[in-house]
Design a binder for this molecule. Structure first.
Ligand code: ATP
Ligand code: MG
Length: 273
């Protein structure tokens, strides 16, 4: 039996009867203390993440893929900024998936995703992902149900393919409340520094809140597996969310246990000139 890890708190086990409305988006369960103490703990985790990333890169035999999904204003950008602040930018690649281009639409839905999969030694972060093809696509019927419904199975098969190629996949939903989204969208209107992020379309999307929650629930329930788990992280408090995602990544990398390669034969001695 693998030992219990802190990150198990947010992990959605296969065959769980998932009810997102019962997960408290303001929860701080398990936090190492108050806001400041939790931020201090995150600083320690950031340093640990940097060490593990350096080993992953040096080893060059396995890769890590973090999939981030959330409602609009759910905190994906802030999470990337905070969680990866301490790692060597050379080893991490962030990919944002927007509405597909004409060329992308002329291929299967995984074509553009597969092209961005991390190579060995690398950490890739997907800011939105192939899950949009069972979220926004389902909510707005962009393709008929006969097309999107079989995608759960296709996503599982795709993720299995990457897993077999030594890519560890972890998927995180940053879970905010509808009220928190309202406040954050309002801030985007009010704060000149955040205004560039405001998108009138987000207000339109907000009307589909319940449909999105249903789509998230089914997507997570159908694609969380032992090898490629989903985590639902309470997202209303940024400092708790950052600590949780750092905890998940550090736990995952510790389990992957990347090692610095042993010195090649003959690589000993003193360099004299
Ligand atoms: P923020 O949450 O900070 O606003 P963002 O990720 O929403 O950032 P945007 O450029 O505002 O960035 O939105 C990207 C848009 O692309 C989203 O509305 C998303 O639903 C859409 N999108 C992504 N993938 C797909 C897809 N496969 N099909 C249709 N739409 C997609
Ligand atoms: Mg947006």
């Amino acid at each position: 039996m693998a030992r219990r890890r802190e990150s198990d708190r947010w992990r959605i086990k296969p065959r769980t009867k998932l009810d997102l409305s019962r997960i408290d988006t303001r929860s701080t369960a398990g936090a190492p203390g108050d806001k400041q103490q939790t931020k201090d703990a995150s600083a320690v985790l950031r340093a640990r993440l940097a060490q593990l990333q350096a080993r992953l890169y040096a080893e060059g035999e396995q890769s890590l893929l973090l999939v981030l999904q959330a409602m609009d204003a759910g905190g994906k950008d802030g999470t990337v900024r905070s969680v990866f602040a301490g790692v060597n930018p050379q080893g991490v690649r962030v990919v944002s998936f927007k509405a597909p281009s004409q060329e992308e639409l002329a291929h299967d839905f995984l074509w553009r995703i597969h092209a961005q999969a991390p190579h060995h030694g690398e950490i890739a972060v997907f800011n939105r992902s192939h899950y949009e093809d069972v979220l926004v696509v389902r909510v707005h019927s962009l393709v008929p149900e006969e097309i999107w419904r079989p995608r759960y199975q296709r996503i599982r098969a795709f993720e299995d393919l990457l897993t077999v190629a030594n890519t560890k996949i972890v998927k995180v939903m940053l879970h905010i409340s509808k009220e928190e989204q309202r406040e954050r969208l309002q801030e985007r209107v009010d704060d000149p520094v955040k205004r560039w992020k405001f998108n009138a379309g987000d207000l339109e999307e907000r009307r589909y809140w319940d449909d999105y929650q249903a789509a998230f629930t089914e997507a997570i329930a159908r694609t969380t597996t032992h090898a490629c788990p989903w985590y639902v992280v309470p997202g209303d408090r940024n400092w708790y969310r950052d600590w949780a995602v750092l905890t998940i990544l550090v736990d995952t990398l510790e389990r992957m246990d990347p090692r610095f390669p042993a010195a090649a034969e003959g690589v000993v001695g003193t360099i004299v000139e």
